[in-house]
Design a protein around this ligand. Structure first.
Ligand code: ADP
Ligand code: ASP
Ligand code: MG
Length: 426
């Protein structure tokens, strides 16, 4: 029988009892004849607690040391899970990301996996062990330093392992029953999707649905690894992230629903560069400075310049965690660019409507904006792709905006089926 790769998130490993429960699940798979490789996250809110601790010690901790600190969280759970498994009469070997052969680039805090060389994993499997790998971490090819993959990165560790080990499926165990039409913590009437395409899941993840790490979905699509998102607290089937959901449903010809779901994101901030001279090359200089600082931008809006002054404003959104770095990088080029000032706003949220069916259905935008208007939500910025419409709103309006949109597109289930089994939602 083949290799099964599983991932257990922090909410599934919150305390000693939870770890024992997860160990029993893992052992059951081994008993059924499969080889098992498991990627684990840090217990409960450990990563947030470690971040708070670091920020209590230093206002801007060095990125290298931050990675050394945060990777400790996953090392704690990997060894505890291995201990619990040995108590059940099976042997497990735990490995750090580096030991497991997870090779990354050298960008601390958001490293990308460039290769997985799972020699020690396959050797341990060959010796009959269950393998537990610390998620969210790797080692840089160039600097040999320990790196982390960004928040939620254990999902990506799991899918990368599944690809390297040629597993048939990667199971992502979490604290809800699958991918829903909205975050069940905000919309209790959200509906579980039995299947969702990589394409839609990419947009959902990119727009803040933290049920899956964005790069894990990219990885899954590139290597053709079906991802099964399900609860570690129930035996229910979850959501399959696959190439073509319609084809996967046993030849049934069912029409794709227009909307896959509504996602929200409270992790971004907005920077406005006020009074940029409206001439060739200014925008390039601004965005070059941000690229050099390794900052990923999201929405970008440039206003039409005022005729009287020939000055324009450029606004963009970015991860809040990069806010300080971006402001510093931009301040450095103020004289060169000749802009007036910088404004920083982190009291924003983003709400996105996602669905492949949008391509062929006019009127989606007007219905979305109409729902926001009826809920009294003001729109700050707008961006669209072929299968997505996103708006920036006030941080406090996010929940209302998500619920109103979910209802307007008839996504509410008749009965509440969205159970949240654990986690603090932090
Ligand atoms: P884990 O600790 O298992 O990695 P996360 O907290 O990272 O869990 O992700 C699971 C959470 O994602 C859920 O508890 C839920 O609040 C949130 N979530 C956001 N959007 C969705 C969605 N569309 N469907 C399901 N869960 C979602
Ligand atoms: N522990 C890390 C985090 O909280 C990685 C993960 O959970 O996937 O972001
Ligand atoms: Mg997660």
């Amino acid at each position: 029988m083949g290799i099964v790769v599983q991932k257990y998130g922090g909410s599934s490993l919150a305390d000693a009892d939870a770890i024992k429960r997860v160990a029993r699940r893992i052992v059951d798979v081994k008993k059924s004849g499969h080889d098992v490789v498991v990627a684990v996250s840090a217990m409960g809110d450990t990563t947030d607690d470690l971040l708070d601790l670091a920020n209590g010690v230093s206002p801007l901790p060095p990125a290298r040391e931050m990675d050394m600190l945060l990777t400790a969280g996953e090392r704690i759970s990997m060894s505890l899970v291995a201990m619990a498994i040995s108590d059940l009469g099976f042997t497990a070997r735990s490995f750090t990301g580096s030991q497991a052969g997870v090779i990354t680039d050298s960008v601390h805090g958001k490293a990308k996996i460039i290769d997985v060389t799972p020699g020690r994993i396959t050797q341990a499997i060959g010796e009959g062990h269950i393998v537990i790998v610390a998620g969210f971490q790797g080692v840089s090819q160039d600097t040999k330093e320990i790196t982390t993959l960004g928040r939620g990165g254990t999902d990506t560790t799991a899918v990368a392992l599944a690809a390297a080990l040629e597993a048939d499926v990667c199971e992502i165990y979490t604290d809800v029953d699958g991918v829903f039409t909205a975050d069940p913590r905000i919309v209790p009437t959200a509906r579980k999707l039995d299947q969702v395409s990589y394409e839609e899941m990419l947009e959902l993840a990119a727009c803040g649905a933290k049920i899956l790490h964005l790069r894990c979905v990219e990885y899954g699509r590139r290597y053709g690894i079906p991802i099964h998102v399900r609860s570690s607290f129930s035996q229910l089937h979850g959501t399959w992230v696959v190439n073509d959901p319609a084809a996967a449903s046993e030849g049934e010809t069912m029409e794709q629903p227009i909307i896959a779901g509504v996602a929200h994101d409270r992790s971004e901030a907005k920077i406005t560069v006020v009074g940029v001279p409206d001439k060739v090359g200014e925008a390039a200089r601004i965005f070059e400075a941000l690229a050099d600082a390794q900052i990923n931008l999201d929405m970008i809006v440039q206003n039409v310049s005022a005729a009287a002054t020939s000055l324009t404003d450029i606004s963009f959104t970015l991860p809040r965690t990069d806010g300080q770095t971006a402001m510093t990088a931009l301040a450095r080029i103020q004289a060169e660019v000749g802009y007036d000032k910088l404004l920083y706003d982190d009291k924003i949220g983003k709400v996105s409507l996602i669905g492949a069916g949008m391509r062929s259905h006019p009127g989606i935008t007007s219905k979305f904006f109409g729902a926001l208007a009826s809920a009294g939500v003001n729109i700050g910025m707008i961006s669209t792709s072929e299968i997505r419409i996103s708006v920036v709103v006030d941080e406090n309006a996010v929940d209302d905006a998500v619920r109103a949109t979910h209802t307007a597109f008839d996504l509410d289930a008749d009965e509440v089926e969205a159970v949240v089994y654990g986690g603090t939602g932090r």
